[in-house]
Design a protein around this ligand. Structure first.
Ligand code: AMP
Length: 409
């Protein structure tokens, strides 16, 4: 099998042929797939899905895994997703949709989300690369968030509509599914750590680490999530003429009243996916193939009976900024370690043969183990091999998080 990646990076170039096509250029991607006779395309990020790459490929007779543009609205519009959940009785936080900061303030002033000291969550409707959610601890912060969103921090379009949500309290868990539009297969549950600093302090990031472990989600809660969330979501998609084919990522808060959906993503999420996929024993390409042929129920999808962890190594300044061009030492040695996989997210090759940093989150050091402690020990052991000037990471990935109103995202 030959693997191509657009545009790829220096890490994936070790196993794939990278092609310099922009992921936002549907025409160029489809033309490349035709010319190179690509049998199957898998879409990584949300942008192309929201822009209709799946519809575009299918119209040209190309095989592709992912939701259509209409189904991708579960991620690309939080207002659509909330209304969808309401239509299909999927449990989620109470919400209101507003279109101006003033309207938002008057909703807050009604007291329906609590008094001026109560936490409340403010979200931009559209795609905002993780920067559109503010978990405000009181009314004043909520008003600031409304003004900030309207001042254009995430772009005017993404914040045309704004959601005000009840702040949920509990522990977060992510459940990802393969879905072929008819059947689904759940992956092991994962948890991520969003804040840059240890003990969940400091600003929010794209994710500083993740784990999978049996203790994250007990069987009865998992069954309840499948019954109360997954089944009605997929049935709802079907009923609305949007059969969901692709990866559905359900972000949940486990509250005292039961599981509540925080968000849907319509693709693999980073860094949960690193920790999940290192446990996949079956062939991922065969699963994708089965999904496009609506025969996922026959496909072999088996997981190792282990725990796993992914620790993200970031550049100095991240998340506010990111220093790039630093020489990474020890990477090849770390990558040789047993049961360890190092995923590259922002690396480049220097003029010689050395590895250089090329962005904020640089590497995802991922390992498996018979238990979480062993998986983490392998990650941190490998990290001891790696060094660059300005490298930072969290040393507390996998430690139980306090149940609470969670990090902003
Ligand atoms: P979202 O992109 O909607 O998942 O929000 C990103 C993060 O914000 C989530 O992972 C949670 O940590 C937090 N969050 C979102 N909505 C709520 C809510 N209603 N209550 C508490 N925390 C929330």
């Amino acid at each position: 099998m030959e693997l191509f990646c657009a545009p790829g990076n220096a890490g994936i170039e070790q196993i794939a042929r990278c092609v310099p096509v922009r992921v936002t250029d549907n025409d160029a991607l489809a033309a490349f797939a035709e010319e190179a006779k690509i049998d199957l395309t898998m879409v990584g990020p949300e942008g192309p899905l929201a822009a209709g790459i799946v519809d575009h490929f299918r119209n040209r007779g190309l095989r592709i895994v992912g939701p259509t543009q209409a189904a991708a609205r579960l991620e690309s519009s939080k207002a659509f997703a909330k209304d969808f959940m309401q239509r299909h009785a999927v449990p989620t936080a109470r919400y209101r949709i507003v279109s101006s900061a003033e309207e938002g303030v008057s909703v807050l002033n009604t007291g329906e989300f609590g008094d001026s000291q109560a936490p409340v969550v403010i979200k931009a409707d559209g795609l905002a690369a993780g920067k559109g959610v503010f978990v405000a601890t009181n009314r004043a912060e909520a008003v600031n968030a409304l003004n900030e969103l309207k001042s254009g921090v995430v772009g005017a379009e993404a914040a045309q509509r704004i959601l005000i949500e009840e702040a949920l309290i509990g522990r977060e868990v992510s459940l990802l599914l393969f879905s072929d539009g008819k059947d689904f297969q759940a992956m092991p549950a994962a948890r991520d750590h969003k804040r840059v600093g240890e003990n969940d302090t400091g600003p929010n990031t794209g994710g500083m680490g993740s784990i999978t472990d049996a203790t994250i989600l007990d069987d009865s809660t998992r069954d309840r999530i499948v019954r109360e969330v997954v089944a009605p979501t997929l049935q709802g998609c079907h009923a609305e003429g949007l059969p969901f084919q692709g990866i559905l990522f359900v972000g949940l808060m486990l509250t005292a009243e039961g599981p509540r959906v925080l968000e849907y993503n319509v693709r693999f999420g980073d860094p949960e996916t690193q920790a999940i996929l290192v446990r996949l024993k079956s062939d991922l390409a065969e699963i994708f193939q089965a999904m496009t042929e609506t025969r996922l129920s026959d496909a072999q999808v088996s997981w190792s009976d282990e725990s796993s962890a992914c620790v993200v190594l970031a550049s100095r300044g991240y998340p506010a900024s990111a220093e790039t061009g630093a020489t990474i030492r020890g990477l090849d040695r770390a990558a040789q370690r047993e049961r360890t996989t190092i995923f590259h997210s922002a690396t480049a090759r220097g003029a010689g043969t050395g590895w250089l940093t090329a962005g904020g989150r640089v590497l995802g050091v991922t390992a498996t183990g018979e238990n979480l402690g062993l998986a983490l020990a392998r990650c941190y052991g490998a990290i001891d091999d790696v060094h660059w000037d300005g490298m930072h990471y969290r040393r507390d990935i996998g430690r139980p998080v306090e149940a609470g109103v969670s990090a902003k995202g």
